[in-house]
Structure formats: C-alpha cells, structure tokens
Ligand binder design. Sequence first.
Ligand code: HEM
Length: 327
Amino acid sequence: MKQLYLALLLLPAIGGLHAEASDKVSAQQFVDLQQGKTAFAGFRRAHAKGLCVSGEFRSNGNLQSYSKASLFQPGTTPLVGRLSIAGNNPAAPDLKAPVRSLALSFSLSRTEQWRLAMNTPPVMAVADPHSFYQQIQAIQAGPDAIKQFFAQHPESSEFLTWAGQYQPTGSFAAETYNSINAFYLVNAKGEPQAVRWAMQPTVSVAPGNLQGDNALQQEIATRIAADQVVFDWVFTLADATDDETNSTKAWPASRQQITAGQIVLTGSTAQLDGDCHAINFDPLVLPTGITATADPILRARSAAYAESYRRRAKEQRQGALQESSNE
Ligand code: HEM
C-alpha cells in the first residue's frame, strides 16, 4: 500500500480529465489531469507548494573537458531556485507529499540560461508520456487500478523498489535530488557524453518531531538563515551500453562519477514574494555545452510546463494572487 501511495510521484491531483488517452498526449491533457477538477488559480499545476531560494554554484572545474558550458569553468555562478513538494495544492501539508523537489535556474550570459528541475526518486515508473498519462489515470481510479497498472508495466520495478525503501528526512537540505532524465555534456570538440546528475546532501537530518503543514518550509528557512545549505553536484557518466532515453532504468553503480562542485543556498523567500515564482523551470532550456537526449519524457515535460505556466500567468494577470500575496 505504501508503494502505491508513493507511486503518486508527481501527481496527487484528484479528479480531472477522463478522456481517452491517445497515443500522443497533449500538454493540455496532462495539465488538465494534473490540476484536478478545480485548479488553484495562479499557481503551478504540479509542485504548487514551494519556496524560493538563492545562492550560487561553486565549480571546481572537473567537468571542463566534458562540457564547454561556462558554468563548469572554475568559479561561481549565481542561482535562483525553488524547493517544492509534489502535488497541485499550494497549501498541502509538507510531510504528506511523496516527492520533494529542487529546481534551479542559472543565467550564464546575456543570452544563455539553464533551468533544471529534479525530484527525490532516481527513476520514473514508466518511460513514455502515454504510459505516464495512463499511470496518472490509474492512480485517480484507485488502488485496484494502479495495482493492475503496475502489474502490466514491469518497467516500473526499479521505481517501486525505490518507493518501498525511501525514508523521508527531516529537511529539504538532507534529500538527494535527481535529474532522472539524461542529457549530453558537449565539449569544445563537439563530443557528447550522456550523463545524469544528483544533488547530494552534505548533512543528514532525522525526521525528528517536525509538525504542522509548513514544517519543511519553516525548517529550511530557519536553517538557511543560520548557515548556508550545501549540496554536492555529482554527475554519472553513461557508457556505450547504457540507454540514455529510458528514465525507468538506473545505470550500474560502477559507472564513473564526477563531482562538478557545490550548490550553496544562502537565502530563502516565500514563493509569492520571490524571484522563482515567475520562472518556468523547463528542462529543455539549456546552455551551450548541454543538449537534450531523445528521452520522450523531456519533450512532454517541456510542453506541459509551458501550458501550466501559460495558465498561471494568465490568472495572475487577472489578479488571482493579489489577495494571498497581501496576507
Ligand atoms: C511527462 C512527465 C512529466 C510531466 C507531464 C510533468 C508536469 C509538470 C508540470 C505541469 C509542472 C508545473 C510547471 C510550472 O507551472 O512551472 C511540473 C513541475 C515540476 N516538475 Fe514535472 N512533470 C513530468 C516529469 C517530471 C520529472 C521526471 C521530474 C524530475 C526529474 C519533474 C520535476 C518537476 C519539478 C521539480 C517541478 C517544479 C518546478 C518548479 O519549482 O517550478 N517532473 N511538472
């Protein structure tokens, strides 16, 4: 049962669209399903509850020969980020969310941005958008349907193993955030190297006796006010036998790993007052030196994030958040 609950992954939205899933699921269909019957106007349709963070990436130069992205030269690059929980409700209780997330945005130059959105699971349950849409429908149909769904999708096994053993920590600072999807690093010679990455915590925090709907938000705001919060940015390099287009399969633990430096968070702000609120953390916004793989989930994500952004931006223009931001 715990596995089924955790399998909600990104999507605890209830209700929503019951249209037949076609082979090509549109961004509108995804967002209709994720937002549920009554959308929370002005907010993200997934990962609606979060807070803005700021800080910098301190690069040690270890990835310079793999990627010509200026970010990987030794030095620091400022960042705007967002810590969030999965789900469509901006007031959801922090500790009930099955997935925690970190999104980052870097401005590399006047014309170059890199946006990253990462989750606590290392893999997805399914490898293509159509199956993911059906997974959400099965979740919404109830425990029997999702049990049947997983029985028909043996590729979910690594995700279910993770979900069965995952222990939430007592802080956003103590989680590992995974790219899940793979990308290519591209060096000055134009050579691609398929990678996945993880932001690995440098502290461990037991769940302890956190309490209240905003327990994680309060904990991280207090922690950042007292001291910086640091993650190691660790890349895993695929070899020629690994499939970079299938996000349900982890690569073997023996693959080479390179730590590119540290993500350091030094500030936090409520999301409605912060710089992250107006950012669409589209994973296909990439700088020179990073390119997308053919993983079909990436295209679906990009389209769905744009649709979610379009809806919330329109609602904000119509005044949806004025009342709450004045509180
Ligand atoms: C087909 C698969 C997926 C769909 C349709 C989907 C859909 C969405 C949507 C609609 C949003 C709200 C975007 C916004 O309004 O700004 C969102 C946010 C997010 N998604 Fe996904 N998602 C998918 C897969 C993933 C995966 C694999 C990851 C992790 C690697 C992920 C991580 C996130 C994060 C971290 C956010 C919040 C970003 C922020 O703080 O603004 N998603 N997703």
